[in-house]
Design a protein around this ligand. Structure first.
Ligand SMILES: [Zn+2]
Length: 359
């Protein structure tokens, strides 16, 4: 019996076990939190805030946005810090099965983690006054998989949300990938060239995850056009790309070309982890276009010491390979570093990262 099979058996023994005690929300479902949420998310569906509109739609009154589900359970910063401190004091007996599965995976070298997907199912709308508790069961642990990020195993927890009467109101499958760092596609791409004692071929940049909503953006970039979605019904611009208008809910839209002028709204300088397709330090900015939408992109022609919030920038485009061109901004009034180049780092898939992604 190999180590892998031993580990398979050890992990399989945890499937079906509760991954921790029930957790009760700090507060019942309430209208102030709903109003903060819809404002932050830009979701203007009136059934969340307008009692009359909710009744007209067939509800008993305002309801909570279904995707707020986790918000009703999440503890605050102080409670999280207290829990971390309690865990650090070394009470081994209080380790949950989920903690033990994570420890087994860490010991086997799967030390990195990324949340991969989350499927929620709603049994009924939540209304102010509902007070939720959640329990969690280890649903599955996969065998070893080779993924783009690295060799790893998927761990799925099934969470059940119940109201104050014990009625099931929602379920959620939450999956993470625990993987071995340095075993992903970038490392594999570099390995054959190194083995042949040739200069390592530079790995291609990560591909964006194309969808029917965002493909236009990357097709536009190939033609060196910076495109923004515009709602056909109300004219509102939006980015990142998504199926419907947050203002009027229309699904009809068309792409419009941006001027390419904007300012740096915020930025970060990425030092680690380093991916071979990029150069470091890597300046990644949130650029506010003069049309009003924002996007994440790289800034070239500037050092980390001189980039600053409010800096005027203009777009250029880089053709990284036959399939991938991306907008890269540069300080306004300077020459664009356009053309074919593998030398300048650029944010890729993050340019259209869905802001609702769960981590
Ligand atoms: Zn609209």
């Amino acid at each position: 019996m190999t180590d892998t099979l031993d580990l398979d058996a050890a992990l399989a023994a945890f499937v079906g076990q509760s991954s921790g005690p029930a957790t009760r929300g700090s507060h019942p479902v309430n209208e102030p939190m709903i109003e903060h949420w819809v404002e932050a998310m830009g979701d203007y569906n009136p059934v969340y805030v307008d009692d009359a509109a909710a009744r007209e739609a067939g509800f008993p009154g305002v309801i909570a946005p279904p995707t707020m589900l986790q918000a009703w359970i999440m503890r605050g910063l102080r409670a999280s810090l207290d829990a971390d401190a309690a865990g650090g004091s070394g009470a081994e007996a209080s380790e949950s099965p989920n903690d033990r599965v994570m420890a087994l995976l860490n010991e086997a070298g799967y030390t990195s983690v990324v949340a991969t997907n989350c499927d929620q199912h709603y049994e009924r709308p939540l209304v102010p006054g509902d007070h939720l508790s959640v329990t969690s069961v280890i649903d599955s642990v996969s065998g070893e998989k080779q993924t783009g990020l690295g060799i790893g195993r998927f761990l799925t927890n099934r969470l059940e949300y119940r109201d104050q009467d014990g009625e099931l109101v929602a379920t959620m499958l939450f999956r993470i990938l625990k993987f071995k760092p340095g075993t992903g596609a970038a490392a594999r791409a570099a390995a054959p060239a190194a083995a042949a004692e040739q200069p390592a071929a530079r790995p291609l940049r990560p591909r964006p995850a194309l969808t029917q909503d965002n493909a236009f953006f990357f097709e536009g970039a190939k033609q060196h056009k910076l495109l923004i979605q515009r709602c056909n019904a109300c004219g509102t611009l939006r980015h990142p790309p998504r199926p419907s208008c947050a203002h009027c809910r229309s699904f009809e839209w068309e792409p419009v070309e941006a001027s390419g002028r904007g300012t740096i709204f915020s930025f970060t300088v990425n030092h680690y982890p380093q991916v071979p397709a990029f150069d470091y330090p890597l300046v990644v900015a949130l650029v506010e276009l003069e049309e009003g939408t924002r996007l994440i992109a790289n800034v070239s022609g500037i050092t980390p010491e001189t980039v600053h919030i409010g800096m005027p920038v203009e777009v250029g485009f880089e053709d990284f390979d036959d399939e991938l061109s991306l907008p890269v901004f540069h300080p306004a009034g300077t020459a664009a570093a356009t053309g074919t180049s593998a030398a300048t780092g650029t944010a890729t898939a993050t340019a259209t990262a869905d802001e609702t992604r769960t981590n």
